[in-house]
Design a protein around this ligand. Structure first.
Ligand code: GDP
Length: 298
């Protein structure tokens, strides 16, 4: 995903190698190149501005260091600022003091929510949890079956409305699922909700109703990293319409330019908790800002 950005940044920073001392003009020229690389990678403009301002300020004020030459110092600053825009520390999943922990998934149709439900269930099981998946996407034909299939692959039960009872009410399903989790001692409940192809008010209202009914410990906004700049507007719409406590980036294995991944934390103020990088249940892990920054800087 970050190949182009990574190549550009590496070559910009390599140009500094061998310089004994960096003038302000050197730093300005480097900052300009970094700015272009980030904009070309589709990073949101306010995020780029803030990033560049930090780089310039820190690089110009950098102390002469015995351990690092000027070029290495700039690399270090760029790395630290990348980690910062990606969220700094790894943020762990919030677990409820009294089980069940309720995790609600929200996002556009096709963002990878259902797949993520299976990945998250697999990951939770590995950590010793006993998750229950809940099918609250009752809009899209097949969504319930798709979740059940994913659940079977993950070896985790799925709570779904009984077939033949009409479309059903997702809020009612969500409530009954929480009761079921207490009865059957599932300590984590993962609620899959309906997504539309675009942001729409009814979708937001339904997700907000489910949220009010189940009081999630985490509401995760699931976003396809391939959708570029649209990721930021979609994230803002979900923040305002439903609210969320964390972000999951999906399809990081794709060849998009990566700007979404680099913007979403800063723009929404919410941390990225997990990243998905493939269609298999195992293609998933907790998100580590430092590792991602390391990957980008090569
Ligand atoms: P939903 O509509 O939000 O529930 O999205 P789905 O879970 O049905 O995913 C939509 C499509 O994206 C499916 O074809 C998935 O296999 C695919 N998908 C989901 N996550 C990833 C990922 O991390 N990488 C890739 N390459 N494909 C993914």
């Amino acid at each position: 995903m970050f190949d182009t950005l990574s190549d550009r940044l590496t070559s910009v920073l390599q140009n500094l190698r061998g310089k004994g001392k960096l003038s302000d003009a050197d730093i300005d020229a480097t900052a300009r190149e970094i700015r272009i690389a980030l904009l070309e990678a589709d990073v949101a403009l306010p995020v780029v501005r803030e990033f560049i301002a930090q780089i310039k300020q820190r690089a110009k004020g950098a102390e002469v260091s015995a351990a690092l030459n000027p070029a290495q110092q700039v690399v270090k600053i760029v790395n630290e600022e990348l980690v910062a825009i990606l969220g700094g520390e790894t943020r762990r999943l919030n677990l409820a003091k009294t089980p069940p922990t309720v995790i609600m998934l929200a996002g556009l149709q096709g963002s990878g929510k259902t797949t993520l439900a299976g990945k998250l269930a697999t990951w939770l099981k590995k950590q010793g949890h006993t998750p229950l998946l809940v099918a609250c996407d009752l809009q899209r034909p097949n969504a319930v079956t798709q979740l059940q299939v994913v659940g079977e692959r993950a070896g985790v039960p799925t709570f779904a409305p009984e077939p033949g009872n009409g479309v059903g009410d997702p809020v009612d399903v969500a409530r009954r699922a929480i009761d079921e989790s207490r009865r059957a001692q599932h300590d984590v409940v993962v609620v899959d909700t309906a997504g539309r192809l675009g942001v729409d008010e009814e979708l937001m209202r339904q997700a907000a109703d489910i949220r009010d009914a189940v009081q999630p410990d985490e509401t995760l906004f699931v976003v396809d990293a391939m959708i570029g700049q649209d990721a930021v507007t979609t994230a803002e719409a979900f923040r305002d319409g439903v609210g969320f406590t964390g972000v999951v980036l999906t399809k990081l294995d794709g060849d998009a330019r990566g700007g979404a991944a680099l913007s979403v934390r800063q723009v929404t103020g919410q941390p990225i908790l997990f990243a998905s990088n493939g269609e298999k249940l195992e293609d998933f892990d907790a998100f580590h800002p430092d590792r991602m920054a390391g990957r980008i800087l090569g």
